[in-house]
Write a protein that binds this ligand. Structure first.
Ligand code: ATP
Ligand code: MG
Length: 443
């Protein structure tokens, strides 16, 4: 009988352990990423999960001859001697002198796009059409390793602050925040909606766990093709109870961002280096009220017509302003107009025209919206009626308020938006593995 013990018998040596095996013969498994034939010897670059390993073929020490079978994208098991060498900048690296290669698989065709160079050079659409292949390029895959780091940092930090991780349903009877950008779905003859945000559920869980978070897809039927909107994106949400004010939410986010940036610098150093990521230094994040920010924009920019919200140019300007004024890549804009924020947002008791809410701008683009929510039942019913909503349709949502809820608030942070601006991309699709937009549902 074969017994499954839960142990993976790893018969190969990861790159990180090469330093303990200098001069010894090790076995490595990987994909042949690149072959450079130098006539009397050849470099065979092996791609493993996170690195490229330089292997050298030479009739002097290799027990086989290069043949047509040894091609790029073939998977191989290599036995080789570890030798230490130096890179151009003088840092240590390890090279393998190949003794033997056992081919584990062979591709049927050559890749449609060159992926073995430093960078994949092609049009964005070609890059995305061929994602299963283009992601194999080390720079492309590093983007999503960084993205993993962001999510991991968010999760680890919040768990360390006693948050509970939740998953809310994505098929819902009502769209969370209404509006025109909900996707309708035929659900056995009934019309239902894809979740635009976990808002109503995360609030419902505040009286249960006090602090909750979710990292999950949300769906928005954005009707325009823009460089910063997707129709499905990953929202990193949290909601926390017993707050003293919405500053608690901004502080929690600032703490999480500091933690994330530090995690990237340490645990994701190879990818940070490869992509030359400009990691922001965060000590504290400045804040400005919406009306003051608007006044700045009106003073400095021409043709501002919308006094209730920001145009992308205004956000970009505010980003530059925060950099100049405070040397900060981030800026919290607070107290957005009540008319412009969703029905669950708490108005400022000192000025009901504005709300206890904020957006976080990162390098001049919104990455987060958040704020304090209404917890009082009558106040919430009143605000719903004022916004033309029927409270009866929100009976289960209102259970939260009806049966007692603490003062609370939270936020939603777009993972792809943050990744995009961290890596300096002009289009959010570069920071999305398999983007869904108005023109794309494949691959
Ligand atoms: P925007 O004004 O940029 O369209 P929003 O204010 O409608 O965004 P929110 O509901 O505040 O979006 O969502 C919270 C966060 O989710 C945003 O700050 C952003 O990071 C991200 N986000 C929102 N919509 C999208 C989208 N269509 N694609 C990618 N990320 C998005
Ligand atoms: Mg917003």
């Amino acid at each position: 009988m074969q017994e499954i013990t839960g142990e993976i018998n790893s018969s190969y040596t990861p790159y990180g352990e090469f330093k303990n095996h200098i001069g010894e013969v090790v076995t490595v498994k990987g994909t042949i990423h690149n072959i450079r034939d130098m006539s009397d010897f050849a470099f065979i670059i092996l791609r493993t999960a996170r690195e490229l390993i330089q292997c050298v073929y030479s009739p002097e020490f290799s027990d086989f001859r290069l043949s047509e079978d040894i091609v790029e994208q073939a998977c191989a098991k290599v036995s080789a001697k570890v030798v230490q060498s130096q890179t151009r900048d003088g840092s240590e690296r390890y090279e393998l002198q190949i003794h033997n290669i056992e081919l584990l698989s062979k591709p049927a065709d050559i890749p449609p796009v060159v992926i073995s160079k430093k960078q994949v050079v092609c049009d964005l659409n070609v890059l995305l059409d061929n994602r299963p292949v283009t992601l194999r390029n080390p720079k492309e895959r590093a983007i999503f390793k960084i993205q993993e780091g962001i999510q991991r940092g968010f999760r680890d930090y919040l768990i360390s602050k006693n948050f509970t991780e939740i998953h809310s349903p994505k098929i819902n009877f009502a769209g969370a925040e209404g509006g025109t950008n909900v996707f309708k779905l035929d659900y056995f003859g009934k019309t239902v909606y894809l979740a635009q945000s976990p808002q109503l559920y995360k609030q419902a869980l505040v009286p249960v766990y006090e602090r909750v978070f979710e990292i999950a897809p949300v769906f928005r039927a954005e009707h325009h093709d823009t460089s910063r909107h997707l129709n499905e994106y990953i929202s990193m949400d949290f909601e926390m109870g017993f707050i003293d004010g919405f500053e608690d939410i901004m502080n929690m986010e600032t703490g999480a961002l500091k933690y994330i940036m530090n995690l990237l610098k340490t645990e994701y150093a190879p990818e940070v280096e490869l992509l030359k990521v400009d990691i922001p230094e965060i000590t504290s994040i400045p804040t400005i009220k919406f009306k003051d920010a608007k006044a700045l924009c009106v003073k400095k920019l021409k043709n501002i017509t919308d006094m209730k919200d920001f145009e992308p140019e205004e956000e970009a300007f505010l980003g530059k302003w925060a950099k100049q004024q405070y040397n900060s890549d981030f800026l919290f804009v607070t107290h957005y107009l009540s008319k412009k924020r969703p029905f669950y947002t708490m108005d400022d008791p000192e000025d009901p025209e504005v709300t206890l809410s904020f957006d976080l701008l990162f390098r001049g683009i919104e990455i987060t919206s958040g704020g304090q929510r209404i917890h009082d039942y009558n106040q919430q019913v009143e605000k719903m009626k004022k916004s033309g909503m029927n409270p009866e349709e929100f009976e289960t949502y209102l259970m939260l308020h009806k049966y007692g809820a603490p003062p609370h608030g939270g936020l939603g942070l777009g993972l792809e938006r943050l990744t995009m601006h961290l890596l300096g991309f002009k289009n959010v699709r570069y920071a999305t593995m398999f983007p869904r937009d108005i023109n794309r549902v494949t691959p």
